[in-house]
Design a protein around this ligand. Structure first.
Ligand SMILES: N[C@@H](CCC[C@H](N)C(=O)O)C(=O)O
Length: 329
């Protein structure tokens, strides 16, 4: 029997599949088919998910494992911040570690166990880097700019200003009013830029940030390969850095920023060392269910789940979010 975990970070939900525990790892084609099926809520496996996090053996010296991120539509992302926290916890418990490195598509990133976010809400801190601003890193084209930093871009949406950061997955960010946050713009722009369009040829994660105060933000994300999500870890990290660069008087580096999102709250800490930006993302790593499935069912993407066990961690997470301050949004 193979084991899967259903997990979430700020209710950005995933299945974790540890390929090192299988007799035969899934091929890339099998991973795509399996992900598209198990994440689809209509297939009734725990209401689907935003993606599958695949754990493999490390590929770089110094890392203890590799994480691959398969989005719900089968595309592969270079990074996933909420997902990395849950994979960090999985590996920490599997290998009895507290501070180590995990390979992602472009680089190895440091992860470490953090004090619990609240009673019985385990938390991890993960490095988000490298950060790039140039249009080749996203990539974007045909907008008449090499980089966007609080730049009006009427081709995208008249009246809003945009910043673009790769961390290293691509993020487009705009700081908006309460009314704009609640309106249709995010869904329309996210859908347009993740379909065939002249600007973002590989699609882009679109984040609307709403400033709540000093070092305090709300972020809502339309995620590439997924659609609206409860939270996007790399999106909240990129939006935190854009917040500091666009509104320097409202942000202190090296001190936690509280980032609220539709699924809860995380902390980010901005660093600027030797001319290089990097971000620490701190938040819950919650395991909600353990599942068993035969290896042959996995390979054939047959969702014959042999057993599902609830972990009882979700209640503690819900207590945590019920105790967050009420936001006037
Ligand atoms: N939700 C993730 C980001 C997942 C990747 C994204 N869909 C992409 O294609 O870049 C996060 O928590 O960072």
């Amino acid at each position: 029997m193979a084991h899967l975990l259903k997990v979430h970070g700020s209710q950005n939900s995933f299945f974790i599949l540890d390929q090192t525990q299988l007799q035969t790892p899934l091929s890339d084609k099998e991973l795509v088919t399996f992900t598209q099926k198990i994440t689809n809520p209509q297939n009734n496996v725990l209401n689907g998910a935003d993606g599958v996090l695949v754990v493999n053996k490390p590929v770089r010296t110094g890392a203890v494992a590799q994480m691959r991120v398969i989005n719900a539509d089968g595309s592969e992302a270079s990074m996933c911040g909420n997902g990395l926290r849950t994979v960090a916890r999985y590996i920490a418990e599997r290998d009895n570690l507290t501070d180590f490195k995990v390979d992602t598509m472009n680089t190895s990133l440091r992860v470490r166990k953090h004090e619990d976010l609240a009673l019985n809400v385990p938390a991890f801190a993960v490095e988000i880097s490298p950060v790039r601003f140039d249009h080749t890193a996203l990539p974007f084209n045909n907008l008449g700019h090499d980089r966007l930093l609080d730049t009006p871009v009427p081709e995208l949406l008249p009246g809003l200003r945009f910043s673009a950061l790769a961390v290293p997955n691509p993020h487009l960010i705009s700081f908006v009013s309460k009314e704009e946050l609640a309106g249709p713009d995010l869904g329309e722009l996210g859908t347009r830029l993740n379909s065939n369009n002249p600007y973002f040829s590989d699609g882009v994660n679109v984040n609307f940030g709403h400033i709540l105060g000093h070092n305090t933000l709300f972020v809502k994300t339309f995620e590439r390969g997924v659609g609206f999500t409860n939270a996007c870890g790399t999106g909240m990290s990129a939006t935190s850095l854009a917040f500091a660069l666009v509104n320097p008087s409202q942000v202190t580096f090296n001190e936690p920023i509280s980032v609220y999102n539709p699924g809860g709250m995380v902390k980010t800490v901005l660093h600027h060392d030797a001319g290089t930006y990097w971000i620490e993302l701190i938040g819950n790593a919650t395991f909600t269910h353990k599942l068993e499935i035969s290896e042959s069912a996995l390979h054939q993407a047959q969702l014959d789940i042999a057993d599902v066990k609830e972990t009882n961690e979700q209640q503690a997470y819900e207590n945590f979010i019920n105790n967050l301050p009420t936001l006037n949004l």
